[in-house]
Write a protein that binds this ligand. Structure first.
Ligand code: URA
Length: 433
């Protein structure tokens, strides 16, 4: 087989066979196919798309390019949740202990933040003493005992995706449904879950800005998961503004704790109950979505979910007394209020800009080796659809420095205040099974 023939075949709009896709992915992973040929192939896929079979074959070839995690030593049906990423998305931190408290085993592999979105691992490390370095045995033991453990991704999971993603990033081929869907699903499949609940974000702060393309991506991923034998469903949720009110590592963990105490923001709670209900039903711990939702609500009101969070924190070396006394979290020295400059209603809050502001405060990384600050970030005081008067605080910055002129400008740009009636946006657009 010759790579140039396969590039021409895809360029001409023909489907590649399973063997041909394996040849491409194996060859590229082993450095036998050069970047320039793989770039041409990625561009051909970008323009010509792939059919359902090709998408599944590509996903499986990427899974087979590296290690696969064997979770069979964990009792019960393991259900994973994956979000396509957004600003203020602390869902995992609240959702994982919430569903684990109902006996659903959650064996979670999470990532670090890069760019304007934060990573779950960074957020969890704002809990004093908490670490994510568990051996595979400890990871499995913790899930069997406490129903919950979180670790970082192992080194050799889907190396083909790691290499291809780096190439796509610099060749204008990121935004392709078959390439995104196979990239995400290969990592989920290699991580060993039996079932996958996907949270596909849509809106200005999401990868996919339009509802129709978010739907296409969700459908593509559900088809791949189902074709490859995993129960898979997707929820399409809003990212036209950050989720919840807090953006920044310790601030987001505190908000997730508040949610488990029954005092969290409405949108975060609603998203966790929606995703959680599907996870609980998938794990066969409830017969219907309604029953699962009631059980989740009870886990919050009874304190059971909060207790699971504490046990999880202790099992990974953390000090769980922060849950009852959140003043023990790192706290930034300066709280700086940003005021509205006009009267009206909040029409939009560009999540990307809010994420960039948090990154400039030090909460995120511009490059993967940057140190991050755990205490800084921002709290949104007004969300879309709320009325504001000139001089009202719209955002409180938590900063290490008093000099925040540039950051304030970005926050002001992120907020659009209009002199008209604005409804709060829909949170859950659609569920795809
Ligand atoms: N996230 C991924 O893991 N891969 C993509 O291609 C896009 C988003």
């Amino acid at each position: 087989m010759r790579m140039v023939d396969l590039i021409e075949k895809k360029r001409n709009g023909d489907a590649l066979s399973e063997e041909e896709i394996q040849f491409v992915i194996q060859g590229y992973t082993k450095d036998e196919i050069p970047d320039y040929q793989m770039s041409a192939m990625a561009m051909a896929i970008y323009f010509q798309d792939m059919n359902d079979k090709e998408r599944a074959d590509l996903t499986m070839a990427m899974v087979k390019s590296g290690d696969e995690i064997d979770l069979s030593a964990i009792e019960g049906m393991k259900v994973d949740k994956h979000s396509t990423g957004g600003v203020g998305d602390k869902t995992t931190i609240a959702l994982a202990p919430l569903v684990a408290s109902l006996g659903v085993p959650v064996a979670k592999m999470s990532g670090r933040g890069l760019g304007h979105t934060g990573g779950t691992l960074d957020k969890l490390e704002s809990i004093p003493g908490f670490h994510i370095e568990l051996t595979t045995e400890e990871f499995i033991q913790n899930v069997n005992k406490n129903k919950l453990a979180v670790i970082g991704q192992t080194g050799n999971l889907t190396p083909a995706d790691k290499k291809l993603y780096g190439l796509r990033d610099v060749t204008g081929t990121v935004n392709s449904i078959p390439l995104i869907a196979s990239s995400i699903m290969s990592k989920k499949l290699a991580s060993g879950a039996d079932g996958i609940v996907l949270d596909v974000k849509t809106g200005t702060g999401a990868f996919m800005k339009e509802l129709s393309t978010s739907k296409d991506l969700a459908k593509a991923m559900v088809k791949i998961g189902t074709k490859l034998g995993r129960k898979t469903m997707a929820v399409i949720s809003d990212m036209n503004q950050p989720l919840g009110l807090a953006v920044g590592n310790a601030l987001e963990v505190k908000e997730a704790i508040d949610m488990l105490k029954g005092k969290g923001p409405e949108d975060l709670l609603e998203l966790c109950l929606t995703l959680g209900s599907h996870m609980v039903v998938m794990a066969q711990k409830a017969d219907s979505i309604e029953e699962a939702r009631k059980a989740l609500e009870h886990a919050i009101s009874s304190g059971k979910a909060l207790e699971t969070l504490k046990v999880f924190i202790e099992a990974q070396g953390g000090d769980s007394s922060v849950v009852d006394d959140v003043t023990q979290f790192p706290e930034a020295p300066y709280k700086i209020e940003i005021k509205a400059t006009s009267n009206g209603m909040v029409k939009s809050i560009e999540a990307d800009r809010i994420g960039t502001a948090a990154m400039m405060l030090g909460a995120g990384r511009a490059t993967k080796d940057d140190e991050i600050l755990l205490d800084v970030g921002l709290i949104l005081q007004k969300k879309i659809g709320e009325a504001v008067n000139e001089g009202d605080t719209i955002v409180t910055l938590h900063s290490r420095s008093e000099d925040v002129g540039d950051i304030e400008k970005i926050v002001q740009k992120a907020y659009v205040i209009a002199n008209e009636h604005i409804e709060a946006p829909t949170l859950i657009y659609e569920e795809i099974t």
